[in-house]
Design a protein around this ligand. Structure first.
Ligand code: PEP
Ligand code: MN
Length: 338
C-alpha cells in the first residue's frame, strides 16, 4: 500500500501517518518527492485496511501496490532512483564505469589500475578481496589483506571501491572498505546476507542470480530495501542457458522490463556475461544502447597472468579503445559517461 499525501501536507501530518502505520505494527517508508511525499507500507501479509489511514489529515489517496516487490517497484516509487556516492552518482542520464580486476592480487596492481582509471576519469574501481570460486583449489582472494590494500589505494587516489561481500562474518570489514558492497550472483538469494546489507550504510550492487527470474531478482532487492537500505543498484551478469558459445548468456533484454517495473538503476557486466575479452566491447556498447545506467567491467594490467578471470579481462589498451567507442555512442543517446 502507498499513502500519497497532498502537496500542501505538513511535516506533522506526514509524521502522524507514519505513527499510525507503526501503530498497525507495519513498516512506514516515507518517500519525499518533488511535489508531494508518499509513504510506502510494508510488513503486511494480507491487504492493509485503508480506513484508519484515509481519514488522517493531509492524506490524498491510498494506492494498492499489486506487485509482490513493493519498495523496488515503480508502482510505489515512480521517479528513477539515483544512487549517490562520494565520487559520483549512478542513475539515468549518466553511464557509470566501474572497472578493475576480478581479484585484488597485490598492492602494486591495484595502485597501477587505480592511477590509470583516475587519468581516464573513471571514478569507481572494482576488485574482489573475497572470491566465490567454483573450485576450492582456485585462488580464493586475499581476504582482509585485500581489503586493506583497497582502503589504502582509495585513501591515496580518491577512487571509489566496489568489492564483494560473501558472508555475514566479514560484513563489518567489507562495509568499512567499500563505497558499494557487491553481492554476487551465487548469493542473490542468500537471505541472511541480504538482511545484513539491508542494515549497511553503503549502497549495494546486487548481481542477478544466474538462474533468477526478474521477479526473483527484484524480490532480492526488496529484502535489502525492506530492511532500510534504499540504495540498491542492479547488475545483469548473464544467466545459464543451453548456449555454450559464451560463459553465460548476457540477458540485455531484461533492461527494458527492469526500467518499466522498477525505479532502481541497472548496470551490465559484459565480462562475466560473455567470458571472453573479445566479446566484451560489443556487448558493452549494446548495454549502453539498451538503456543500462553503466557497466561493471573486468580490466587487468596483465590479463594473461591474472589470478582469476583473465580470459574475460580487458588490458589497459583494450579499455581505452572501448571507452572511446562508448563516448561516441553516449552522446547521441543523451548519456554522459562518468
Ligand atoms: C565478480 O564480479 O568477479 C564475480 C564473481 O561475479 P559474479 O558473482 O557475477 O559471478
Ligand atoms: Mn570475476
Amino acid at each position: 500500500m502507498l499513502v500519497v499525501m497532498h502537496s500542501h501536507a505538513s511535516a506533522e501530518q506526514v509524521e502522524q501517518v507514519v505513527a499510525a502505520i507503526r501503530a498497525m505494527k507495519l513498516a512506514p517508508h516515507p518517500m519525499p518527492g518533488a511535489t508531494r511525499t508518499a509513504i510506502g507500507i510494508t510488513g503486511n501479509i494480507g491487504a492493509v485496511d485503508p480506513r484508519t489511514l484515509e481519514v488522517l489529515p493531509g492524506v490524498m489517496e491510498l494506492i494498492r501496490v499489486t506487485k509482490p516487490y513493493k519498495l523496488a517497484s515503480r508502482e510505489m516509487h515512480e521517479a528513477d532512483t539515483f544512487v549517490k556516492l562520494p565520487q559520483t552518482v549512478i542513475g539515468p542520464g549518466t553511464f557509470t564505469m566501474i572497472a578493475g580486476p576480478c581479484s585484488v592480487e597485490n598492492e602494486g596492481m591495484i595502485r597501477r589500475t587505480a592511477e590509470f582509471f583516475k587519468q581516464r576519469g573513471v571514478k569507481l574501481l572494482r576488485a574482489g578481496a573475497f572470491k566465490p570460486r567454483t573450485s576450492p583449489y582456485a585462488f580464493q582472494g586475499m581476504g582482509t589483506e585485500g581489503l586493506k590494500i583497497l582502503s589504502k589505494v582509495r585513501k591515496d587516489t580518491g577512487i571509489g571501491i566496489v568489492t564483494e561481500l560473501m558472508d555475514t562474518d566479514n560484513a563489518d570489514a567489507v562495509e568499512e572498505a567499500a563505497d558499494i558492497i557487491q553481492i554476487g550472483t551465487r548469493n542473490m538469494q542468500n537471505f541472511s546476507l541480504l538482511k545484513r546489507v539491508a542494515k549497511a550504510k553503503k549502497p549495494v550492487l546486487l548481481k542477478r542470480g544466474m538462474s533468477a527470474t526478474l521477479e526473483e531478482w527484484l524480490m532480492a532487492a526488496e529484502y535489502v530495501m525492506a530492511g532500510g537500505n534504499y540504495n540498491v543498484v542492479l547488475c545483469e551478469r548473464g544467466v545459464r542457458t543451453f548456449s555454450d558459445h559464451s560463459r553465460n548468456t548476457l540477458d540485455l533484454s531484461v533492461i527494458p522490463p527492469v526500467k518499466k517495473l522498477s525505479h532502481l538503476p541497472i548496470l551490465v557486466d559484459p565480462s562475466h556475461g560473455t567470458g571472453k575479452r573479445d566479446y566484451v566491447p560489443p556487448m558493452a556498447l549494446a548495454s549502453l544502447a539498451a538503456g543500462a545506467d553503466g557497466l561493471l567491467l573486468e580490466v587487468h594490467p596483465d590479463p594473461d597472468h591474472a589470478q582469476s578471470d583473465g580470459a574475460q579481462s580487458l588490458d589497459f589498451a583494450g579499455f581505452d579503445k572501448l571507452l572511446d567507442s562508448l563516448r561516441h555512442l553516449a552522446e547521441p543517446l543523451g548519456k554522459v559517461i562518468n
